[in-house]
Design a protein around this ligand. Structure first.
Ligand code: NAD
Length: 461
């Protein structure tokens, strides 16, 4: 007889494990089906390993520029094997910890491929055989995969995705990065810091096309200092692998030599084809269609995270998991405004934003005042020698509230959570304490500027 649960979650990434734990905390009996390692893309081949590599790269850059701080360091060089080992140890310990956390919440983990055979039954296929489990509610959290370009598909050796880029056996002499989005910018920084000659080729007119143009301008200028060449508005026609290094051929006739070609042109949702067919799931291309309660077209079946192609962000998946878990366990919640989900890029310098951009406000005919502040006038940032960057706060002048915040600079990925918490608040920023001296004061100062109450900026004439 099939083992019965209240909820079955398929997929153990940030969406899936969060949903499973929340359902269990709300009193449900829960099964979690995962075919690979707990933690999904984020923990195994995404957010966490990339941040470990970026931290090693940042340490190397700080060591190389230590003379500015009055510290003489000679021979600062990367030990790639140790960098990889450290990254792998962080991932392994978190995977182990996560398994423990899920089990401590009395969630039963099934290892194998989970296929919905009906809206209440899941078959778990593994090399050891197949098991059937049942539940009145199912949450699909099956993730995403890197988009392949058919003209020059991934081969895992020369033409690679972010997965291979995180675990290269050696630092390549040269790398072409196709796609100047989030992954492209982050991995370009890792390898440029390690000494690789990096060229980014972005099809649209700027790096990070979803962010403000001023952000892309600062990023491109800083990337140049790191030795990264940025080509925007360029289409890649083919990759010639007949000789080593390979040649990336652009539509304009230019050829770029690269030992490794990282294709980072986005990700696409995955849902098991048999599940889609068995449940007659409504899809939006490869993504599962959902409403704002994270319900699919099949009663009792929910979908969240990358599988629904809403944010492709781990924290977006966490938010959706909370909604699906409440709804699958007798509660009633709706997903809140997706614009309020912060974006964070861990490049050198970092980029972070939340809410609307200036262009989005203009498109909605919203009159705004943009408050600005600069890291070069921040005492703590000066002391840290991290003076590149700006913060822009966008205030709706009619409604007198902040609609968006965009930042480039040190630690902005840490600051954006505070910016999100303050969006829409009517509290006067002058009354919110920011310790002095801290880098976080840039947020207060741009906010003050947006409301015309700056203390440290000269009066505008
Ligand atoms: P992305 O959407 O951020 O960037 C892809 C870029 O490739 C875009 O700028 C696009 O214009 C460009 N592009 C598309 N086709 C191209 C082509 N043929 N030639 C050249 N450029 C082309 O996607 P990504 O960087 O691959 O990341 C995948 C997903 O993972 C994203 O949704 C991202 O948000 C997420 N992610 C997030 C983080 C983070 O939050 N720090 C880190 C890594 C990945």
């Amino acid at each position: 007889m099939a083992e019965k649960f209240d909820v079955i979650v398929i997929g153990g990434g940030p969406g899936g494990y969060a949903a499973a734990i929340r359902c269990a905390q709300r009193g449900a009996t829960v099964a979690l089906v995962e075919k690979a390692s707990m933690g999904g893309t984020c923990l195994n081949v995404g957010c966490i390993p990339s941040k470990a590599l970026l931290a090693s790269a940042h340490t190397l850059l700080r060591a190389k520029h230590a003379a500015v701080m009055g510290i003489d360091i000679t021979g600062a060089t990367p030990n790639w094997a140790k960098i990889q080992q450290r990254k792998n140890m962080i991932v392994q310990s978190f995977v182990k910890g996560l398994g423990g956390l899920v089990q401590a919440n009395k969630v039963k983990i099934f290892t194998g491929r989970g296929i919905c055979t009906s809206q209440t039954t899941v078959k778990v296929e593994s090399p050891a055989g197949a098991t059937e489990i049942e539940a009145s509610k199912i949450i699909l959290a099956t993730g995403s995969e890197a988009i392949n370009i058919p003209a020059f598909p991934f081969d895992g050796q020369t033409i690679i995705s972010s997965t291979e880029a995180l675990s290269l056996s050696a630092i390549p002499a040269s790398m072409a990065v196709i796609g100047g989005g989030v992954i492209g910018c982050e991995m370009a920084c890792v390898y440029a810091a390690m000494g690789t000659k990096v060229t980014i080729i972005e099809a649209l007119s700027q790096l990070l096309p979803k962010e403000e143009p001023w952000i892309a301008r600062i990023l491109a200028a800083e990337f140049k200092k790191l030795g990264i060449e940025t080509l925007v508005g360029q289409a890649v026609q083919s990759v010639d692998k007949s000789s080593s290094p390979a040649k990336v051929m652009l539509a304009n006739g230019q050829a770029i030599e690269a030992e490794k070609v990282l294709v980072a042109v986005g990700r696409k949702a995955i849902c098991d084809g048999e599940t889609v067919a068995n449940l007659k799931l409504e899809m939006n291309r490869s993504a599962v269609k959902i409403n704002n309660r994270m319900e699919t077209n099949v009663p009792g079946v929910y979908a969240i995270g990358d599988a629904v192609a809403t944010t492709y962000l781990a924290h977006g998946a966490f938010a959706e998991a909370e909604i699906a878990a409440v709804n699958a366990t007798g509660g009633s919640e709706q997903m809140y405004d997706y614009e309020l989900i912060p974006r964070a890029v861990y490049s050198f310098p970092e980029v972070a934003s939340v809410g609307l951009t200036e262009a989005q406000c203009a498109a909605k005919n919203i009159a705004v005042r943009v408050g600005k502040s600069y890291f070069r006038t921040n005492g703590r940032a000066a002391g840290e020698n991290e003076t590149v960057g700006e913060v822009h706060v966008i205030r709706d002048t009619a409604a007198n509230k902040v609609l968006g915040v965009s930042m480039v600079g040190p630690a902005v990925t840490e600051l954006i959570g505070a910016a999100r918490a303050m969006l829409g608040s009517s509290e006067h920023i002058e009354h919110v304490m920011f310790p002095h001296p801290t880098v976080s004061e840039v947020l207060r100062e741009s906010w003050e500027d947006a409301f015309g109450v700056s203390l440290h900026a000269p009066p505008k004439v």
